[in-house]
Design a protein. Structure first.
Length: 128
C-alpha cells in the first residue's frame, strides 16, 4: 500500500470517509441535519484543509472549530468519528502522511470535544 502523495489521494480519503459518516447510524443525523444540501461545499473545504495539513499546499484559510462549536455531539460521536476516520485512512493508505493524517484527526477530535464541552458548561463566554 502506498502513502498519501497528492490531492487526488486526499480527495479519496475525504470522499470515502464522509460516505461512511453520511450512512453511519450514530453520525448521519448530526452531519446531514447541519450540512443538508451543502455537501459539495463541505467536501471542497475538507479537501483544502487536508491539502494544507498534509501536502503543505496552503489552500485552506479559516478557523476549523467555529462551525462545529454548537454541534449536539458528545464523546461517543467523536469516538465513532475517529473509528471511521482511522478505518478509512488504513483501508486506502500506509506511510508517514497516512499516520500524520490519523494523528491530526485525533488531535482535532480531542480539541473539538474539549472546546465544545467547555462552551456547553460556560454559556456566558463568547465563542472566539
Amino acid at each position: 500500500m502506498i502513502d498519501i502523495i497528492n490531492l487526488d489521494d486526499v480527495k479519496l480519503v475525504v470522499d470515502c470517509f464522509y460516505d461512511k459518516v453520511r450512512n453511519d447510524k450514530q453520525l448521519k443525523d448530526v452531519f446531514n441535519d447541519v450540512i443538508q444540501d451543502r455537501w459539495p461545499a463541505h467536501l471542497e473545504k475538507m479537501y483544502r484543509f487536508w491539502q494544507t495539513v498534509l501536502l503543505d499546499e496552503h489552500t485552506y484559510y479559516g478557523s476549523p472549530f467555529l462551525p462545529h462549536a454548537k454541534l449536539p455531539v458528545g464523546i461517543e460521536h467523536f469516538n465513532q468519528w475517529l473509528k471511521l476516520f482511522y478505518e478509512t485512512v488504513d483501508e486506502n493508505f500506509a506511510g508517514e502522511k497516512a499516520e500524520r493524517m490519523k494523528w491530526q484527526g485525533q488531535r482535532m477530535a480531542e480539541m473539538f470535544h474539549s472546546k465544545i464541552e467547555y462552551y456547553k458548561n460556560n454559556p456566558s463566554i463568547p465563542l472566539l
